[in-house]
Design a protein around this ligand. Structure first.
Ligand SMILES: Nc1ncnc2c1ncn2[C@@H]1O[C@H](COP(=O)(O)OP(=O)(O)O)[C@@H](O)[C@H]1O
Ligand SMILES: [Mg+2]
Length: 468
């Protein structure tokens, strides 16, 4: 990764952490030595030997001062100025940034998502006063079913806000690099290639990365982060004994995500994922620095625009809305379907819908891939909802599901299915989207017919032997 541009440096300002440190020390002195009365700038000027104007700049944390000034100020409060206490003055204003895109896809054909982009920008860029900067979003998980457009949205978002950051890194975690390698890549990039003598263990390496996230305003996107939840990644790396842990997958990676979310810094990490991370979920909140964004499908006008780039499709308003509803606005599934309608139905949407075949070919494979990732309980939930053909409450699900499971395991399965947009929740009732309903039914029909064929084959076997 080679930095593309260098940022200019104009003095330093306190980081939220540095500001907090000096504020706490000041409050302590005010209570011990000043009868709980606040020190004026004139008082502080006497204490620090700095003139009041300079002190006002130090506490406003906007205009840069020289590092010696901050040192003086810290010394007056018996504090030592550390690397994490200050940052470059221009790191929060408009920046000339350094960007690395990895293998991010070309998103020039991009439709809709105006609201989603607006919300995410507000979460990431919303400028809080310095004492509330710790409330700015540091970790966002962008959740949704495969093919829903998470990758595309993340790239578009980064394109639109990259100039607000000093460093921008977009990376796919497929294939999954070792955490150590990823960290060293990120650190080398964020240090302009200077920091190459890195600690060997991942914990210290993560601390080093967080140091850079404090020092500079960085935007990191890790796409396909759900790979760290998958069992086979554990097995591939030979940690078979991890199977006895309650959580699957790469625990180190998830600890890393959690630490980036929890520690104070001025950067933002975005994860795109098909499932939630149990370590992060309890820390999330609508007004917290750690948030989750559920990505839903595209709307009819956007799907029409998308189809138009393929061919001129024919359909009534009702045809279009049925089509989009069946596929829950999933752009990947709709792209597959568009090709079928184009090649087999002469661009006629109505003719295709009349076949009543929603799940086939690549659409089946798309769902199959997601289904295979699910826990046994989650699979049972889908089966149960498909079999009953109506929304069910938690209580009903418990009584209908054939395998014996605890409420805790059932709730976890429901959370995972919601995160993946495989089920919908309305007034505490759970239901399947038409696409998922069709898939689960067709999957079990296939399974049954395969079993029937096998039984048929076994029954016929003696006859075959006789013929031989
Ligand atoms: N906003 C969009 N506009 C147009 N096409 C899109 C959009 N979002 C996704 N797509 C299409 O859907 C496909 C799947 O999107 P992607 O972002 O890879 O899904 P995910 O990451 O959720 O699996 C893309 O390859 C692209 O063709
Ligand atoms: Mg993706």
């Amino acid at each position: 990764m080679q930095p593309q541009k260098r940022s200019r440096r104009r003095g330093v300002i306190l980081t939220p952490q540095g500001f907090q440190k000096v504020q706490s020390a000041k409050s302590e002195l005010e209570s011990c030595e000043n009868f709980n009365k606040r020190y004026t700038l004139a008082d502080l000027s006497v204490r620090t030997g700095l003139d009041p104007d300079t002190l006002a700049k130090v506490f406003a944390c906007e205009v840069g001062v020289d590092k010696q000034t901050l040192k003086c100020c810290f010394r007056a409060f018996n504090l030592e100025l550390e690397l994490t206490d200050y940052q470059l003055a221009n790191s929060t204003s408009k920046l000339s940034n350094q960007t690395t895109w990895g293998e991010a896809p070309d998103v020039s054909l991009f439709y809709g998502r105006t609201e989603e982009l607006a919300t995410l920008k507000q979460w990431i860029l919303n400028e809080f006063p310095v004492e509330r900067q710790s409330q700015r979003c540091r970790l966002i998980t962008l959740l949704g079913m495969g093919g829903m457009g998470k990758t595309y949205l993340s790239v578009k978002l980064v394109q639109q806000i990259q100039d607000k950051f000093e460093f921008v890194i977009w990376r796919s975690l497929l294939p999954l690099p070792s955490l150590k390698d990823l960290l060293s890549d990120l650190i080398v990039f964020l240090s302009n290639g200077q920091d190459t003598d890195l600690p060997d263990n991942t914990h210290s390496r993560t601390s080093r990365l967080i140091h850079y996230l404090q020092l500079h305003r960085c935007l990191l996107v890790l796409d396909n982060a759900d790979i760290v939840l998958q069992e086979h990644t554990v097995q591939k790396r030979g940690y078979r004994n991890c199977m006895c842990f309650p959580y699957k997958g790469d625990r180190e990676y998830r600890e890393f995500f959690k630490r980036v979310g929890e520690s104070t810094h001025q950067s933002c990490l975005i994860l795109t994922s098909r499932d939630r991370f149990k370590e992060i979920a309890p820390l999330e909140g609508d007004t917290r620095p750690i948030r989750v964004f559920y990505l839903k499908g595209l709307q009819v006008p956007e799907v029409r625009a998308l189809f138009k780039t393929k061919a001129a499709f024919k359909g009534t308003r009702d045809d279009w809305s049925r089509l989009v509803k069946y596929y829950a606005g999933n752009p990947l599934a709709l792209n597959f379907v568009a090709a079928t309608i184009q090649h087999l139905f002469n661009n006629n949407i109505c003719d295709f819908l009349e076949q009543h075949i929603i799940v086939f070919g690549e659409v089946f494979n798309l769902l199959e891939e997601q289904f295979n990732d699910l826990s046994d309980t989650a699979k049972e939930v889908l089966k149960c909802l498909a079999f009953n053909q109506r929304p069910l409450s938690l209580l009903e699900l418990r009584s209908h599901i054939k395998i014996s499971i605890s409420s805790q395991v059932l709730l976890e399965a429901l959370e995972s299915l919601t995160a993946r947009s495989l089920i919908e929740t309305k007034a505490s009732f759970f239901s399947l989207q038409p696409l998922v309903m069709e898939y689960v039914n067709s999957r079990y029909i296939r399974e049954k017919s395969t079993k029937a064929q096998q039984i048929d084959f076994l029954n016929k076997e003696p006859q075959l032997q006789i013929v031989e």
